[in-house]
Design a protein around this ligand. Structure first.
Ligand code: SF4
Length: 346
């Protein structure tokens, strides 16, 4: 049976070639062909004849099917991809200065059930495989090259789409290794960010095993009752433990920890919330990303006014915590943070 080429890291492919007694140059050439040169048909250039035959017999190069595409006025693009079992996920391209950040999904649905998140209302259907994660990038890249050839560069990858990436650790780790491979896409580690709801067992594995990519932790409140309501796994992995863990990350393992703070009107956006957050994080090697809530159908929450978000930032500034307000993009097509959903998955 043929297996997907896109599930293999370079060392894994080299091992397979070595076992067959095939020339060791083959895997690097294939990575270059499929990832750097963006070819979807099997590589035949420079590969030895017996390698070409082995590849034809043992590997498939199928990618997820593009089900629908939505483009917003600000040039954000939202894709709905369908997999072989008809399950679907959304992937988003976010424009900045003529380039793109891609927001990738790691699971169909999500088990974390965060109350502010459209995906959380779906429950977990299943983990995505490495090739399904890689496939979102490659297909989005292909769409860009065909539709916007003048600015078709994806420079950053964020695992902030559907799913808790650290809950699907092995597949996400392999995908990161493939994204970073020099013969292939050759991304720098700081161009990849993994966002977690604070799933502590995954964070522990990230520290021990993951290539040196960025980490972002969903904070949203340091007040237990509020965070319990927003992120139910806070009851199992309390934010104090997550923050303590983050503080102990060795120098050089990450440049800094980003805390994402989703601002919800009349819930966690008061002066008191800002001061409590400021006091908890002052003097630490962290960075806060303030995200105004993005409404989705059926939600009980509302987005604060921009002047309220600015005011919250001013209070955090007084604690000398580097804070940035994340600009909302693609909300009119439900492509913004927390708005993704797989539609009518079976
Ligand atoms: S915010 Fe992330 S972790 Fe929480 S339910 Fe949504 S996808 Fe899952």
């Amino acid at each position: 049976m043929r297996t997907s080429f896109y599930q293999y890291t370079l060392p894994e492919l080299q091992e397979l070639f070595a076992l067959q007694g095939l020339p060791s140059s083959g895997p690097g050439l294939m990575f270059n062909w499929h990832y750097k040169k963006r070819k979807t048909e099997p590589c035949v250039i420079d590969l030895a004849k017996k390698s070409i035959a082995y590849v034809a017999e043992n590997f498939s190069f199928d990618l997820p099917t593009l089900d629908t595409v939505h483009e917003s006025q600000d040039k954000t693009v939202k894709f709905l991809f369908k997999f072989k079992d008809d399950l679907k996920v959304e992937t988003v391209l976010i424009p900045f200065n003529g380039k793109y950040t891609i927001c990738i999904s790691s699971q169909v649905g999500c088990a974390m059930k965060c109350s502010f998140c459209h995906t959380g209302t779906q429950g977990l259907k299943r983990n995505l495989s490495t090739e399904e994660i890689i496939g979102q990038f490659l297909e989005a890249q292909r769409w860009l090259s065909a539709n916007r050839p003048e600015d078709d560069r994806i420079l950053n990858i964020v695992f902030m789409g559907q799913g808790e990436p650290l809950h699907n650790f092995d597949a996400v780790k392999k995908a990161c290794e493939i994204f970073l491979t020099q013969h292939g896409l050759s991304l720098a580690p700081h161009k990849i960010t993994i966002s977690t709801a604070g799933y502590l067992p995954g964070l522990q594995r990230w520290k021990a095993e993951m290539p040196k990519v960025n980490i972002a932790v969903s904070l949203h409140s340091v007040i237990k009752e509020k965070r319990d309501k927003l992120i139910p796994i806070n009851q199992r992995y309390p934010v104090e433990d997550v923050m303590k863990f983050a503080e102990e990350i060795p120098e050089g393992r990450t440049r800094f920890v980003t805390y994402e703070y989703l601002m919800i009107k009349n819930f966690n956006d008061s002066d008191e919330d800002a001061h409590i957050t400021g006091r908890a994080l002052a003097g630490k090697n962290v960075y806060i990303s303030l995200i105004p809530f993005n409404p989705f159908p059926g939600t009980e929450y509302e987005r604060p006014e921009m002047h309220e978000v600015d005011h919250f930032k001013t209070i955090l500034d007084s604690y000398k915590i580097p804070t940035l307000i994340r600009k909302t993009k693609g909300d009119e097509i439900l492509a913004a943070c927390g708005q993704l959903h797989s539609g009518k998955n079976k």
